[in-house]
Design a protein around this ligand. Sequence first.
Ligand code: SF4
Length: 272
Amino acid sequence: MRSNLLYKHPKTILNKGSGYLAGYSHSLNPYTGCAFGCSFCYVRKMPVATFRKEEWGTWVDIKKGSAELLEKELTRAKAKGKVTVFMSSSTDPYQPVEYKEEITRSLLEVMTKIQPDFLFVQTRSPLVRRDIDLFLQLKDKVRVSMTVETDREDIRKHFTPHAPPIRGRLKTLQQLKEAGVPTQATIAPLLPSSHEFPDTLADLVNRVCLDDYFMGDGSGGRRTKTLGISSLYEELGLEEWYSPSTYRLMYDRLKKSFSKDQIHVSQEGFLP
Ligand code: SF4
């Protein structure tokens, strides 16, 4: 799907960590909007999306001048105390347009010079592997989290048809691991998957995070309910997967392939 792209010149780039991200001093969004337009994305219901006439997933604002802003704001923030950064909370930092614009890469370049105490990079895109050279400079001050909601491509296509295919995400996890970048596989939101999924992940990562709509949307599942997600499960006859207790099933499956201390649940899995 093509997105409407606009260049913007924001006045600030670092936001205060709050709510679900209260464990972070700051969040960092190189873009506004998201071309992946996942059906379950709760950002659709947040002011950033509701004030916009165009549908979520069809527009992306490119934040020009981000690196210069970050350099100033990071220097100031570091002078005040510990700086932990979550990138990104309301977009994916590896938008398709990032191939050309390199806004995220420019921010990472700043953070290799003025290093935060910790940087968490959250994405669904294999493009993240382009920046392995910069992650390696941050050593253990960075963790790259690749979302893999399911191992079933038919399920991925049903719930999030414009996000990158699963195979590329798994391959990217492997490349990050081989390069020595701290990583985690994030199953969020938990979607229907095969019995082999935990074994597939265990070959690639030693840390997984599991989250669902009921724990992870910041409102006990109410925000997600307003998106009408249940009909997507009904269309597939998989309603049993849309339940607050389903994560237990996945947790038990994961326990066969991972030790308990490798499995993180909901908010705790995203903490610095
Ligand atoms: S990738 Fe993230 S921000 Fe983008 S639409 Fe999907 S859930 Fe929302």
